[in-house]
Design a protein around this ligand. Structure first.
Ligand SMILES: O=C1C[C@@](O)(C(=O)O)C[C@@H](O)[C@@H]1O
Length: 155
């Protein structure tokens, strides 16, 4: 009999997302990173999941946290910030631990500069939510948990 998967999600916010609320409010709105964490915790809690939240401006710190999540998390909700458009290493970390993940962007990256249109993560993400503001993190949690349930049913 296999152990049931842990009821915990890792929430990862990458570079510059600590500035949410004051950073380019016309693009990212007025809600803060604390608001993001509270929303993700509340939504996950309703679905029976705990959350470990991490924000870092350093790619290696994000990669280490993703590696560690393999030990005790069922999935990852990640806004990689600018690393979305540049980081093969972050993609490799996520595919390497083989945890289903939801990619979130507060802004509509497809309606912005062309260099934001490409994501190194989207084709391997279980869920992608773009341009719904901070509320998009809530949707990402719900859709990721639904994907995890489908996976569990199939196993
Ligand atoms: O830092 C960010 C934030 C972002 O991921 C978003 O949430 O809309 C979009 C990225 O292009 C940008 O570099």
């Amino acid at each position: 009999m296999s152990d049931s998967p842990p009821r915990r999600l890792l929430l990862v916010n990458g570079p510059n997302l600590n500035l949410l609320g004051t950073r380019e409010p016309a693009v990212y709105g007025h809600e803060t990173l604390d608001d993001v964490v509270a929303l993700v915790e509340r939504t996950a809690d309703e679905l029976g999941y705990a959350v470990r939240a991490l924000q870092s401006n350093h790619e290696g710190v994000l990669i280490d946290a993703i590696h560690e999540a393999r030990e005790d998390c069922a999935g990852v909700v990640i806004n990689p910030g600018g690393l979305t458009h540049t980081s093969v290493a972050l993609r490799d970390a996520l595919t390497g631990v083989a945890l289903p993940f939801a990619e979130v962007h507060v802004s509509d990256v497809h309606a912005r500069e062309e260099f934001r249109h490409f994501s190194y993560l989207s084709d391997v993400a279980a869920v992608t939510v773009v341009g719904e503001g901070v509320a998009g993190y809530g949707r990402a949690v719900r859709e990721l948990v639904a994907a995890l349930a489908t996976e569990e049913d199939a196993s």
